[in-house]
Write a protein that binds this ligand. Structure first.
Ligand SMILES: O=C(O)C(=O)C[C@]1(C(=O)O)C=C[C@@H](O)C=C1
Length: 365
C-alpha cells in the first residue's frame, strides 16, 4: 500500500467511526423523542394529543441555521436535521399529510420540504378536498398553495377559509424552478406544451422568445402535464418541476425557464392545532368591515398604533351580497404577543367579523 492509499484508508476508518457515533447519537435522540411522546400522551386532554409541534421544530431548525460552521451549507445541514426530526416524529406518531396533488406537484415538494420524508403523503384532486380530509380527521395536516411571487394569490385557498374551522399552523416557501421536459431531444420539433395555467404564466416571456409558435395547453397541474408529455407521441413537452420530471422519468430539455429568477410559492399548513409562539411568527386574519367610508382605514389603525407590521392584504368578495368584501391580512407576531393581542382586541371592536386563521412560525428554510 502506498502513502496515498494508506491516507485514504485512514480517512475512511475515521468516517466509519464517525458514522457509528452519529448512528448512536441519532438513536439516542429518537429515544428522547419517544420519551417526549409519552409525556404528551399523559398530559393530553380529551384524547387530543398533538405530537407535531411546529413552533419547536422551527426553533430547532433556526438554531441549526444560526450555528452552522460549514463546510456544509446551513441549508444542507438544516435539511438533514429536518429528516432526522421527521423520523423522530414518525416514531411518536406516523403522520398523514394531505396535499393538492397529483403526485409530482410543487405542493408535494412543499409538503416534503416541511414535514420531511417520514410521512404518508396523500395527493388529493382539489384544494377543498384537502380541507375536508383534514376536517374529517382522515389526515393530520394539509398543504395548500396560497400565493406566488409572480402570479399572485390563489383565490380558491382564501375562499375556502371563509367556511372552514381549520387553523393555519405553518407556512412553507418553495422556490419554483420550471423546466421544459420532453422525450423529444430536439427543441425545434416541439409542437405542443402542456402545463398548469399559473406555470405557463410564470414562463410566458421565455415561451414567447423560444417557442413562439408552439401551442400552449393548460391542464389541471404540472404533474398532469408531465404525465401527458410522457405518454403522448410527437413533439410534446411539459413545463414542470424536478419532482414531476422524476415521477414521469422525463428529461429536462431546458432547465429553469421561469421569467422571474426568485419565483417562489408560499404554501400553508392547515390543521386543528394552534401552535404556541416560536419567537418569529406570523398571524393570518380574516376581517370584514361595515360597508361605509373609512372602514379600511379604521381596520388598519390598530395595527399602526401598536406598531404591528402587515406583510399582506388581499380583498375577496364576501359572497354575502354585492360589493361586500372581506380582507385577508397577514401580520408579524403571534396572537399571544402582548402588542398583537391588544391590536386584535381593538380590531374586534371596529370590524363586523374578525377570525384569527392562525398564528404560526414564519417559514424557516
Ligand atoms: O420536542 C418535541 O415536542 C418532540 O416531539 C421532538 C421533535 C424533535 O424531533 O425534535 C419531534 C417532533 C415535534 O414536531 C418536535 C420536535
Amino acid at each position: 500500500m502506498n502513502d496515498e492509499q494508506q491516507q485514504l484508508e485512514d480517512i475512511r476508518q475515521r468516517i466509519d467511526a464517525l458514522d457509528q457515533e452519529l448512528q448512536t447519537l441519532i438513536n439516542e435522540r429518537a429515544r428522547c423523542a419517544q420519551a417526549v411522546a409519552h409525556i404528551k400522551e399523559r398530559s393530553g386532554t380529551g384524547g387530543k394529543v398533538f405530537f407535531y409541534r411546529p413552533e419547536r421544530e422551527a426553533q430547532v431548525l433556526r438554531r441549526i441555521l444560526d450555528r452552522n460552521a460549514g463546510p456544509l451549507s446551513a441549508e444542507e445541514v438544516a435539511r438533514l436535521f429536518r429528516e432526522i426530526m421527521s423520523a423522530c416524529l414518525a416514531l411518536e406518531q406516523p403522520m398523514k399529510i394531505a396535499y393538492l396533488g397529483p403526485e409530482g406537484t410543487f405542493t408535494q415538494a412543499a409538503a416534503l420540504k416541511h414535514f420531511g420524508h417520514s410521512v404518508i403523503s396523500v395527493p388529493l384532486g382539489a384544494i377543498d378536498e384537502v380541507f375536508r380530509e383534514v376536517e374529517s380527521g382522515n389526515a393530520h395536516y394539509g398543504v395548500v398553495p396560497v400565493e406566488n411571487s409572480t402570479e399572485g394569490v390563489v383565490n380558491h385557498t382564501l375562499d375556502t377559509f371563509m367556511n372552514s374551522p381549520l387553523q393555519i399552523c405553518g407556512e412553507v416557501e418553495q422556490r419554483i424552478h420550471h423546466h421544459l421536459l420532453s422525450r423529444e431531444p430536439d427543441i425545434d420539433r416541439i409542437r405542443r406544451v402542456y402545463s398548469h395555467q399559473q406555470s405557463l404564466a410564470q414562463c410566458r416571456e421565455w415561451l414567447d422568445a423560444h417557442l413562439p409558435r408552439v401551442e400552449r395547453i393548460d391542464v389541471s397541474s404540472n404533474a398532469e402535464a408531465a404525465r401527458r408529455a410522457a405518454v403522448e407521441e410527437g413533439g410534446v413537452a411539459a413545463i414542470a418541476g424536478d419532482l414531476a420530471a422524476e415521477r414521469y422519468e422525463l428529461p429536462a430539455l431546458v432547465r429553469n425557464i421561469e421569467d422571474e429568477p426568485d419565483n417562489t410559492t408560499r404554501f400553508l399548513i392547515i390543521g386543528k392545532q394552534s401552535p404556541g409562539p416560536s419567537g418569529k411568527d406570523k398571524t393570518s386574519l380574516l376581517i370584514s368591515a361595515p360597508n361605509k367610508p373609512g372602514a379600511l382605514y379604521r381596520l388598519l389603525d390598530p395595527l399602526f398604533r401598536h406598531q404591528i407590521s402587515m406583510t399582506r392584504i388581499e380583498s375577496r368578495p364576501s359572497r354575502r351580497g354585492m360589493w361586500d368584501y372581506v380582507f385577508f391580512i397577514d401580520i408579524l407576531g403571534h396572537a399571544e404577543d402582548a402588542q398583537v393581542a391588544k391590536a386584535l382586541g381593538e380590531l374586534d371592536e371596529v370590524s363586523t367579523l374578525l377570525k384569527v386563521l392562525g398564528s404560526y412560525p414564519m417559514a424557516v428554510m
